[in-house]
Ligand binder design. Structure first.
Ligand code: MTE
Ligand code: HPA
Ligand code: MOS
Length: 769
């Protein structure tokens, strides 16, 4: 079945926040963000701005009717700065005016005198100063201290990953409309309607039942709107609450890039030990997460880094420690993979370091250490592993041995072009790592004309969740898709929702929908069974007709529904689903946090131009574990999109902050994302339908995030290509592998290379140019 949004998307008719017709009297907001990353506001002069034409009012923290606090996990994030500023772009004042232009013009007239304080942008520096968001956490399996003596080879190193801009096509925004009795309705571009409801409730002081949040769809979220849609919604709601007029704020792209957090940059130290047979015996890793100026979701992201620190491998002795470090950057946040990709990059770097030093292919080590069913993860869960199956199918189906030979032959024959290959296995846990978040509800109405309306907590952001939920209802009722409508996500219809995140949206909301539809269908079947005096299980619904004992009757779906209504049978259901089996004990750092894992293996091939440092990703060949895909079109789109986004993170996307904490890559002219010319020439996906039972909806495994991590292979393929040209130079594990870094590594020398060691990173070189 095709994506149900395809028709209106292609015609430009899909409704996003900015397409909602404005109510007369609507005002427009714009925020004044701190021009400095860290300091004390000694004077805030709003007089000139307030006198600008069209300006209605300028809000500061003094106007907040509730609490000046939007921190979710840790209450460390004021909505509007009260005195201190913690990052460039931190909202200090909110201008509301008769037009967007008037609001933006007034923002430019605000003058803040700020006494500067020390700016920290480096997580290691923050850690050394004790600037931590939460206490460090350690996951442990076996005993690494004792294991080193069993190792024949031990390697140490450091690896770094940079941030990533979400670059959802639709920027952040909200539209708040006052209702009677103080209530407020907010249209928000958010993945977490309840998160917005909570933040608005806290900031305005209104109880949650006075705050209605409605979401039609997003033009992308990618994690960036899991928590960070709250700010704009709270600002609009506060202004609307006080002015009694609708207030809208839709961010300019450059505001969005400068004021919102991104994927967390990480730095890590690793130590890996292998025995004679190249089995990884021990692995120690210390992560320094660059959290930015406030907690946001960083503690949860950090946790997922620990969960995924051994990727697809079984390692009997592991010690992984993570620090969430407070710096003066915009608070970093959820981004597809949620800390998992960073954890995986570090273990892949450790394996690459071992392979490079031993002079063997990394894939030899990778293959030898793949997780087997029954193996224990460092957090105690036992694997139901599809890793070997994915790996072996990929290497056979795509002829890895031949690919390797061709690469060697090509590299021997070409001086100025080099090819590189890398294998990237992935293992990703499905469920929110916070067990309590793994619940969802669905409200299903069957109308008397046979049409069906469904509301869940799921937010459609392009990932196709509404299509999958619709498929659930279509299957249970056995009716045509055009009889079913998925309604907007609304906190007055479905309460206490988890954000649409963790790749689990279709599982959680789909299962709740399955329960709701099944309950209604069972009531109708029971009615027919009683009428006909047959057993309930003799009745089935097939292709819009009632069947009895495998025989089609002449009663169709519509007349069945009407008969049910006449008999006063409930045609609506509100169902609740909570993932069974999962649990986690954070005091022991052990448990069974994931409903299941998604596995896969990608083989990536690249070509590097050794004169220019430019490169192409030629091919990505994947065997991916879908369980049993319920929608191959949607799932293929997720895989392709995830791969390209992952490659972007690893290659050309370079978030650059200067030492003063100012974002220098603040527009699409300075921040490069993959375009149609840079996507791999070939993406081959093999749908591995794995037979084991799982907790996914219709056994169709979650697909939103896992494919992004195939992109990590692009880094290592490029590294291999560069090393085919120069394997003697200084070459840190430092993603992204921009063409500049490739060029420098191609001509680096043993001692220092052209890239300086990490203290003076190439990030700064890029700025100085
Ligand atoms: N695909 C599109 N087109 N747009 C998005 O914003 N977000 C990703 C992924 N795929 C995203 C996307 C992220 S970060 C997650 S967690 C999942 O979709 C969320 O949706 P799901 O739970 O339905 O997979
Ligand atoms: N994934 C994504 N988002 C989340 C998670 C998670 O595990 N936990 C809290 N928010
Ligand atoms: Mo996705 S990072 O869990 O929104």
């Amino acid at each position: 079945m095709k994506n149900i949004d395809a028709y209106t998307h292609v015609r430009g008719e899909s409704i996003y926040l900015d397409d909602i017709p404005l109510i007369q009297g609507t005002l427009f907001g714009a925020s004044f963000g701190s021009p400095m990353a860290h300091g004390t506001i000694v004077n805030l002069d709003l007089s000139e701005a307030a006198a600008m034409p069209g300006v209605v009012r300028i809000f500061t923290y003094k106007d907040i009717t509730g609490e000046n606090q939007i921190g979710g996990i840790v209450p460390d994030e004021p909505l509007l700065s009260d005195q201190e500023v913690h990052f460039c772009g931190m909202p200090v004042a909110f201008v509301v005016a008769e037009s967007i232009d008037a609001a933006r013009a007034a923002v430019k007239k605000i003058k803040a005198t700020i006494e500067p304080l020390r700016v920290i942008t480096d997580p290691r520096e923050a850690q050394a100063l004790g600037e931590l968001i939460i206490p460090p956490r350690t996951f442990q399996l076996g005993n690494t201290n004792e294991a080193w003596s069993q190792c024949k080879h031990i390697f140490e190193g450091r690896a770094d990953t940079n941030g990533q801009e979400h670059l959802y096509i639709e920027t952040q925004g909200a539209y708040a409309v006052p209702q009677e009795y103080q209530a407020i309705k907010i249209y928000s571009s958010t993945q977490g309607p309840t998160a917005v409801q909570r933040a608005v409730s806290r900031v305005t002081g209104l109880p949650m039942h006075q705050v209605e949040v409605e979401v039609n769809r997003l033009g992308g979220g990618f994690g960036g709107k899991e928590d960070q849609a709250n700010t704009w919604a709270a600002l609009c709601a506060l202004a609307a609450h006080l002015l009694k007029r609708p207030v809208k704020y839709s961010l300019h792209r450059m505001e969005d890039m400068a004021m919102t957090g991104k994927r967390h940059p990480y730095s890590a130290d690793f130590r890996i030990g292998l025995n004679e047979e190249l089995k990884i015996v021990a692995y120690e890793v210390t992560f320094y997460q660059n959290a930015g100026a406030a907690a946001d979701l960083s503690p949860a992201v950090m946790e997922r880094t620990l969960f995924h620190c051994t990727n697809s491998y079984f390692i009997p002795n592991v010690k992984a420690t993570a620090y969430s470090c407070r710096t003066h950057l915009p608070p970093n946040t959820a981004f597809r993979g949620f800390g998992g990709p960073q954890g995986m990059f570090m273990i892949e770097s450790a394996i690459a370091k071992a392979a490079e030093t031993l002079g063997i292919e990394a894939s030899v080590i990778q293959e030898r250490n793949l997780l087997q069913t029954g193996d224990e993860f460092p957090y105690g869960q036992k694997a139901q592993s599809e890793a070997p199956e994915c790996w072996h199918k990929a290497t056979e189906l795509y002829h890895l041995t031949d690919l390797r030979k061709e690469t060697t032959v090509f590299n021997a024959a070409n001086k100025w072009y080099k090819k590189g290959l890398a294998c990237m296995p992935v293992c990703f846990g499905i469920s929110f790592t916070k067990t309590l978040m793994n619940q969802a509800r669905s409200l299903v109405h069957v109308y008397t004309d046979g049409s069906v309306g469904i509301t869940t907590g799921a937010v459609e952001m392009g990932q196709g969740v509404n299509t999958k939920i619709l498929q659930v209802a279509a299957k249970v009722f056995s009716i045509q898709p055009d009889k079913i409508k998925i309604h907007t996500t609304n906190t007055f219809k479905i309460a206490n929702t988890s954000p649409s995140a963790a790749s689990a949206t279709a599982d959680l909301n789909g299962k709740a929908t399955l329960l709701a539809c099944t309950a209604i269908a069972n009531r109708l079947k029971k009615m027919v069974a009683e009428e006909l005096s047959v057993a309930e299980d003799a009745i089935t619904l097939q292709d819009e007709f009632v069947w009895v004992n495998g025989q089609k009757t002449d009663r169709d779906w519509k007349s069945l529904v009407m008969a049910g209504h006449i008999k006063r049978i409930g045609l609506s259901e509100h169902a609740h689903y909570a993932t069974p089996e999962i649990h986690f004990d954070a005091t022991k750092e052990k448990g069974h946090p994931f409903a299941y894992h998604v596995y896969g293996t990608a083989i990536l091939g690249v070509t590097v131009d050794c004169i220019r440092g430019t490169y192409t990703v030629d091919t990505v060949k994947v065997v991916h574990d879908f369980g049993s895909s319920m929608n191959t079109a949607v799932d293929l789109g997720q895989i392709e999109g995830g791969i390209v986004q992952g490659i972007g993170w690893m290659t050309m996307e370079e978030v650059v902050y200067d030492k003063e904490g100012r974002l220098r890559s603040n527009a699409l002219s300075t921040y490069k994302v993959p375009d149609i010319y840079s996507v791999p020439k070939e993406i081959a996906i093999d749908f591995l339908q794995t037979p084991h039972d799982n907790l996914a909806i219709f056994r169709s495994k979650a697909v939103g995030e896992p494919p992004l991590m195939y992109g990590i292979g692009a880094y290592f393929a490029l590294r291999n290509a560069v090393r085919a040209f120069n394997n003697k130079g200084y070459f840190p594990f430092d993603a992204p592998m921009t063409p500049e870094k490739v060029l420098m590594a191609l001509y680096a020398t043993q001692q220092e290379g052209i890239i300086q060691p990490h203290e003076e990173t190439s990030k700064h070189l890029a700025v100085d140019k």
